[in-house]
Design a protein. Structure first.
Length: 469
């Protein structure tokens, strides 16, 4: 849905008093009958997300709407409200190569497993590698033999990216079948595949690969030897850890990266000494790799190795180091985050918010929440930072994390601030989160949203204010 369509304006429906349930219902009914297709799609999405089954007849009727955007929203809503009744429509979409992508967008844990399995099976046999990768990414929503079939198919896929996704999902879900295929690729494959396999075997903790990796580290030269050595270190081969200094000092990020990951996983004083070499490296890509890898650890001792990067000459290492250090060196780190928020590099902000979001969803520290609030334009010191154009995705990503992770009280406070934000997209996301039950009703801010001049905000707030069925 375009931003223009999402934020279309329309007259406020008559009501029986601000904030009342009757007022909210009148707004929803007006949107369902609106001439603007975007308004109809928004309200269908909201009632489905909020599981307001009282509107199921209207959702079913919208399935034959003349506008494809509305029909798609109706299907998503119907799958949430009446998954059994909508199953035939979803299977028909999955069977059509042109609509398979639409079918995949609604796959989730709130659908019957039989239905999800049929969609994922169709995607795993599709011609497009992207659809096959999406199929294996959805393996968490099915179980038993269904899950295993998807993973086996992905691990044998002709496309290397699909195989990589399959190996990652297999490891995350505790399926150990990824190892043998990667060992074969390591021993007898094109150079690029061998490098990838050497790295993945270490990431996945495939101890069965130790003999093969030892063989490669002893026989091969160049990057393959260094990457194999790094994986041996990650797998507990202590002698290999001591041999990682040349890899950490390499000018190739593809060689230094696996060594940095191995040392971060190993921890300890010796590992921190070698990681300091990466932090002081002349190549910016190696310093970035160190900041990104160490930013994923909870260990304060390992993250403190990044302190010199807060004064790095390049903005990218400074920003990623700040994301890792916000709860250890808040004053210096917040200054760097604020600098990035006000700077002229939207790509840097996108990378920064990705790292901060990952940290917040995992650990939800107050400091990382404040850093995200700066990027969302919600923190006091960021009130004058414009949130428009290329920065909207960054702000919405930051706000999405703040509304779906962390303590309930914090989520409610962030929703309250977001509902008062000048950007309608920010207000809409907050109202939608309340409708979805992710955030408690913030009270007066939601009352005000019922009179918002932007239809999407008004509708989402109205659905949120309706009593559950």
């Amino acid at each position: 849905m375009s931003t223009a369509g999402l934020c279309a304006c329309a007259p406020v429906a008559p009501d029986a008093g601000p904030g009342s349930g009757e007022s909210a219902r009148s707004i929803v009914l007006a949107a369902l009958a609106a001439p603007d297709a975007a308004a109809r799609a928004v309200v269908l999405d909201a009632v489905g997300l909020a599981h307001r089954r009282a509107f199921l007849p209207a959702v079913v009727a919208a399935g034959t709407d003349a506008d494809p955007l509305v029909r798609a929203a109706a299907l998503r809503a119907r799958l949430r409200l009446d998954p059994t009744g909508a199953a035939a429509d979803l299977r028909a979409l999955a069977a059509d190569p042109g609509n398979l992508g639409r079918a995949l967008t609604v796959v989730g844990d709130d659908l019957p497993e039989d239905l999800v399995a049929d969609v994922l099976d169709a995607a795993s046999r599709a011609d497009a590698p992207a659809h096959r990768a999406s199929a294996v990414e959805g393996a968490e929503f099915v179980s038993g033999d269904r899950r295993r079939r998807l993973l086996d198919r992905a691990l044998a896929d002709p496309d290397p990216q699909v195989r990589r996704v399959g190996a990652t999902v297999a490891a995350r879900l505790g399926v150990v079948d990824a190892g043998p295929g990667l060992v074969v690729a390591l021993m007898d494959g094109p150079h690029e595949h061998r490098l990838d396999a050497a790295r993945r075997l270490g990431e996945l903790g495939e101890v069965c690969a130790l003999p093969a990796l030892l063989h490669v580290a002893a026989r091969d030269e160049g990057p393959l030897r260094e990457v194999a050595t790094a994986s041996l270190c990650r797998l507990g081969h202590d002698a290999s850890c001591g041999a990682l200094r040349p890899a950490v000092a390499s000018r190739e990020a593809g060689v230094a990266g696996p060594a940095i990951e191995a040392l971060a996983a190993l921890g300890g004083a010796e590992a921190r000494g070698l990681l300091a070499v990466a932090v002081a490296h002349p190549e910016v890509e190696v310093r970035l790799a160190a900041a990104e890898v160490l930013g994923r650890t909870e260990s304060a001792a390992e993250r403190r190795v990044l302190l010199p990067l807060l004064a790095d000459e390049r903005a990218e290492p400074r920003a990623l180091a700040a994301a890792a250090l916000v709860d250890l060196e808040p004053a210096r780190a917040f200054a760097v985050v604020f600098e990035a928020a006000r700077g002229s590099n939207p790509g840097l902000r996108a990378r920064l918010v990705e790292v901060l979001e990952r940290r917040y969803r995992r650990w939800s520290t107050p400091a990382s929440g404040r850093a995200l609030a700066i990027l969302a334009g919600l923190a006091d010191e960021a009130k004058d930072v414009a949130v428009t154009g290329a920065d909207l995705p960054v702000a919405l990503t930051a706000l999405g994390a703040l509304l779906s992770a962390g303590p309930a009280l914090d989520r409610s406070l962030f929703a309250d601030a977001a509902l008062r934000h000048p950007a309608p997209e920010i207000r809409y996301l907050a109202a939608r989160a309340v409708a979805a039950g992710e955030v408690e009703d913030p009270g007066s801010a939601l009352d005000a949203a019922l009179g918002d001049p932007v239809v999407s905000v008004r509708v989402a707030a109205a659905v949120a204010r309706l009593a559950p069925d």
